[in-house]
Design a protein around this ligand. Sequence first.
Ligand code: BV8
Ligand code: ZN
Length: 219
Amino acid sequence: MALTGAGVSAESGIPTFRGADGLWKKYRAEDLATPEAFEADPRLVWEWYDWRRQIIAKAKPNPAHLALAECPRLTLITQNVDGLHDLAGSRDVLKVHGDIWIRRCIACGHEETDRIAPLPVLPPLCTRCGAIQRPGVVWFGEGLPAYEWMRASQAAEGADVFLVIGTSAQVYPAAGLVPLARRSGAKIVEVNVARSEVSSRVDVFLEGPAGEILPQLLL
Ligand code: BV8
Ligand code: ZN
């Protein structure tokens, strides 16, 4: 199994959350990626997501995504909401933090998925009932999607090898998959350009960009 974070999309030109050019640098997570922030100012939150959708719309999968897509038996869990693993050809992608391309109505729950960037109107309105839509992502303080989380936890309990790729491993419960897999006997291999919150508890730490290391490791 593999767990990926923003670092796997860095070489596709998408800023990471907590890195030097991090997304959160300009904004604080508490300010924007929470239900309270959306309640207070849906337009501001949508300006941030629309800006990110425009960056992501221009991004291409990089060799890290493509190498992972070549592993058919791999259970791929991602914290990323950019959809690049799907574009690279990975089929069974478990998006535990949702998908930035989904817009969900806050009133009737109707979902629309498209790659329109920029959106013509912010906040976008439900085509079914006219209420405003939210991004189909998991905000801080929100539970993870039950099916994806159940599959991810099962994978961690049964994994022989667990690749932890491009994540600072600061966000829970996703980061908790690493100790769960370790307790179940998996060998943990981390691929990162810098040490993360779990680096002291992995079996192998491969330092370097995922786009260079994964093709060597997997192909
Ligand atoms: C929940 C979607 C309860 C939205 C995101 C105190 C202690 C423990 C936990 C908490 C706490 N206080 C609050 C919490 C809970 C909180 C949490 O974990 N907070 C953290 C900050 C402490 N978690 C939650 O709120 C979760 N929900 O707990 O709900 C509950 C339960 C049941 C019912 C109801 C409620 C929800 C968390 C999900 C939040 N949503 N994103 C969006 O994208 O806008 S999180 C956000 O962070 C992204 O998803 C991102 O993926 C994720 C993790 O970040 P990373 O991917 O790791 O990115 P980062 O920039 O940090 O790191 C990049 C890494 O890549 C670095 O290590 C870098 O070195 C490396 N790198 C860079 N370039 C490369 C590279 N590696 C390889 N190659 C390269 N080229
Ligand atoms: Zn609606």
